[in-house]
Design a protein around this ligand. Structure first.
Ligand SMILES: O=C(O)CCC(=O)C(=O)O
Ligand SMILES: [Mn+2]
Length: 259
């Protein structure tokens, strides 16, 4: 991964890391039944804001930025809270259509977001569940770090290294044109690949090296325009990974008339 990385200051509009946390969003992080405590006494507060540098990931038509957004202590808490509170889709919503055939998806999935939005992905239209505190907490931290706001999140849970996501582009028609996608990961560190569209398959028109990243616990990967125009991404199987991983891709979605 280092081959593609150049260190630089924060790329967001908000160059400064956040200075305060708002009480309400953190209620789930406090011990039960206690009065509000000063920030310095809150669990994990000392380390709440990690000052990890941004790393640029650049290749032809690929523009991504990566950083550790949450300290280990906070990422552990968030992971536990996600395991407790996120309710994944069941039944027909756990299947996707590929070349006209329906398959069970090799992971668990769910969407949360503003109520008027929908999202069509691999032939299935998802209505979002309403925001819950832990998701708002993550969403606010991304906004503080990048200056971007998001109204929708797709959550994928990979129970172990057998669960995966195949090569695809995030190019759904509901996405606000040229908007970035913020991908936050918790749990097992997994390999994540970008492959240029022109270098895919037998009829590849040129050879462009794939880009391999490792998405760590508590990390944020910003996929900026035009990455998803030219590059496909995937999370391949890794048989040796035994622990679960949760990935959340925060998106800017437009309310579209029903087709
Ligand atoms: O799990 C990941 O890191 C990627 C998920 C993804 O690409 C997607 O939800 O579109
Ligand atoms: Mn994707």
């Amino acid at each position: 991964m280092d081959k593609f990385l150049v260190k630089r200051p924060s790329p967001g509009k908000n160059k400064q890391e956040p200075l305060e946390m708002k009480g309400g969003e953190l209620d789930w992080m406090r011990d039960g039944g206690e009065k509000k405590r000063p920030r310095s006494q809150m669990p994990g507060a000392d380390e709440s804001f990690v000052h990890s540098p941004w790393k640029q990931i650049r290749a032809e038509g690929l523009n991504c930025d990566y950083k550790i957004l949450f300290s280990k202590t906070e990422a552990d808490k968030i992971f536990q809270e996600l395991e407790k509170e996120v309710e994944y889709f069941e039944g027909d919503l756990t299947k996707v259509q590929v070349f006209g055939k329906w398959h069970n998806i090799p992971r668990k999935q769910v969407t949360y977001g503003d109520p008027e939005l929908t999202y069509t992905y691999s032939g299935v239209t998802f209505a979002p569940k309403l925001w819950i505190p832990v998701l708002n907490h993550i969403r606010e931290r991304i906004t503080l770090a990048t200056g971007h706001t998001f109204n929708f999140v797709l959550i994928n849970r990979y129970k172990d290294g057998c669960d995966h996501i195949g090569e695809h582009q995030d190019d759904e028609r509901e996405l606000v044109p040229r908007s970035p996608i913020a991908s936050v990961s918790f749990g097992a560190c997994r390999d994540f690949f970008f492959r240029h569209g022109a270098s895919r398959g037998k009829n590849a028109s040129c050879h462009i090296e794939p880009v391999r990243l490792q998405l760590a616990h508590g990390s944020l990967l910003m996929m900026n325009y035009p990455t998803n125009v030219y590059w496909y991404h995937s999370l391949p199987t890794r048989k040796r990974v035994l622990a679960p991983r949760i990935n959340l891709t925060f998106r800017k979605v437009m309310a579209l008339p029903k087709q």
